[in-house]
Ligand binder design. Structure first.
Ligand code: F6P
Length: 533
């Protein structure tokens, strides 16, 4: 691998000072650096990767054993080796396959749970399952991290398909979150889903207790309006939730990869089982593409390789995700967990320090909002931020098509501006036209220079449907996988979240005044003293 990394670094040294725009002297570049899969189009031509860079990056992926590890993941090998688990979120959408884990085909169990979810969703949506005051009007999903971000993001993304009860998502242990959510809801017609893989997460269990107490104030049997989604059937039973409303999954589905199964229950209640199946089909289509397309035409592989080029080779520490699709406004937050919890690791599988940086900081906001906030830095700041634009050819609002044209113009204009920039001579000409001259013209012109030569990729699709959303999410999942394999890390554990959880548990009695601050550093002790007043 070292030789492959070295070859890429040497290539980068050789090309780093050229302008990406010059690569377009090759009239075939846009086409040669655009890959497609089932109507989805990834244009990565606005990067400083040329044919040699592409070959070296593909060599890197091949040398890392991406093909072999991909087969291992899809067939249920225990690739999450710090937890001794298979990684099989893909099985949740490949329902006609056979996947053996510990000698048993796991697909029939997945199908059975999906069908139970569908039956329950239909009962709720069609009024056969009711609250103690009548038809369910609202669903409150209580979960955090992977038990919240996916379904919450998707419920927003698929708003045009939403014809079920209103869905609300509570995650934060800050009481403000649940208080603001429950305010205005009727306990007699609300269904609460407690979504937690482990059913031990402090935020979720605390909010679940609060919701139960809220409901108990108004209905005779609160537990009857609770459902649970978890791998821990014993704990859901202890909470008092009837097994008929408990939807289980196995430990080989990671939290941040879990929205395809029971964790997607609230989404299914919102959009209905048919659209949920269409979402699964989109994910499945991307799985097929990922497993069959050659690396240099393979969307997840290419997205990962562009990421490796920008982060590990060029040294750009962050990446902005910029959906020009308001309904994907929670996608950046979702991707923060998916990517940073997966690939934010400092040691390789064997425990040795990584020879490169881990995955990048991922951040973003929808366009055009971001343009009026942080794009200033993206265009003129001293650091380069590789950008990832997402855009649909068509919106859902036929009567607002003129607004969609504006939206798409803005999206294309931003990647064009990042690429092209504005030279000092162009800025001078603008200032001269405004009547400036001499030193003042020069000074003002310098403020209006855009360096350009800033990389971006554009992911374009026809319309944001359940199928498209499934493609997008599976695309990003596989991108994380490929990047993780290349970096040599385990993308499927998350030990980095543990220490804070432990310290918070230990601090609770200190803040409640039941314990002193012995052993705490000076700052933490002083803050605890401030809190106790
Ligand atoms: O704290 C991190 C984490 O373990 C995530 O990986 C997970 O998605 C989240 O907490 C919630 O966990 P659970 O679904 O078990 O409540």
């Amino acid at each position: 691998m070292k030789a492959k990394w070295d070859a890429l670094s040497a290539h980068h040294q050789a090309v780093k000072d050229r302008h990406i725009l010059d690569l377009f002297n090759d009239a075939g570049r846009a086409q040669a650096f655009t890959a497609q899969a089932d109507g989805m189009r990834l244009d990565w031509s606005k990067t400083n990767i040329d044919a040699t860079g592409r070959r070296l990056l593909v060599d890197l992926a091949e040398a890392a054993g991406v093909a072999d590890k991909r087969r291992a993941m899809f067939t249920g090998e225990k690739i999450n080796d710090t937890e001794g688990r298979a990684v099989l979120h893909t099985a949740l959408r490949n329902l006609d396959s056979t996947v053996i884990v510990d000698g048993k085909n796991v697909i029939p169990g997945i199908v059975e749970t999906l069908e139970r979810m569908e039956a329950f969703a239909r009962d709720v949506r069609e009024g056969r399952f009711t609250g103690q005051g009548g038809r369910i009007t609202d669903v409150v999903n209580i979960g955090i991290g992977g038990s919240d971000l996916g379904p919450a993001m998707a419920t927003l993304a698929l708003a045009p398909f939403h014809d079920g009860p209103r869905c609300h998502y509570v995650s934060n242990v800050d009481g403000a979150h649940i208080a603001d959510t429950l305010k205005g809801l009727n306990p007699e017609t609300t269904l609460v889903i407690v979504a937690s893989k482990t059913f031990t997460t402090i935020e979720t269990m605390t909010n679940a207790e609060t919701a139960r107490a809220w409901m108990a104030g108004k209905v005779a049997n609160p537990a009857a309006q609770f459902a649970a989604v978890s791998t821990a059937a014993d704990k859901t039973a202890a909470f008092g939730i009837d097994p008929s409303r408990v939807f289980g999954f196995e430990d080989w589905v990671g939290g941040r990869y879990s929205m395809w199964g029971p964790i997607g229950l609230a989404l299914m209640l919102a959009v209905g089982p048919e659209d949920f199946r269409a979402f699964l089909a989109g994910g499945r289509a991307m799985d097929d593409h990922f497993q069959t397309a050659p690396f240099d035409a393979n969307l997840p592989v290419l997205l990962a390789l562009v990421g490796v080029w920008h982060n590990q080779i060029c040294g750009h520490a962050t990446r902005a995700v910029l959906p020009y699709d308001q309904r994907l406004s929670r996608l950046p937050a979702y991707l923060q967990q998916l990517e940073m919890e997966s690939n934010g690791k400092r040691v390789a599988m064997d425990g040795a320090d990584l020879p490169t940086h881990s995955g990048p900081v991922v951040w973003g906001e929808p366009g055009t909002n971001g343009q009026h906030a942080f794009y200033q830095l993206i265009h003129q700041g001293t650091r380069v931020v590789p950008c990832e634009f997402l855009v649909a050819r068509r919106g859902h609002e036929a009567d607002l098509a003129h607004q969609h044209v504006l939206l798409v113009s803005n999206c294309l204009a931003q990647s064009e501006a990042l690429l092209r920039g504005r030279s000092l001579d162009e800025a001078r000409a603008i200032m001269a036209k405004k009547g400036l001259a001499g030193a003042e013209l020069e000074r003002q012109a310098r403020h209006r220079v855009f360096p350009g030569n800033r990389p971006s990729v554009t992911l374009a699709y026809d319309r944001l449907t359940p199928f498209t959303l499934g493609q997008i999410i599976a695309l990003y999942e596989h991108r994380v996988f490929v990047e993780g394999v290349i970096l040599g890390i385990n993308s499927y554990d998350q030990w980095g979240v543990e220490l804070g959880k432990e310290l918070a548990l230990a601090l609770q009695p200190v803040l409640e005044g039941r314990q002193g601050t012995e052993g705490k550093d000076g700052s933490t002790a002083a803050l605890a003293a401030w809190f106790r007043g």
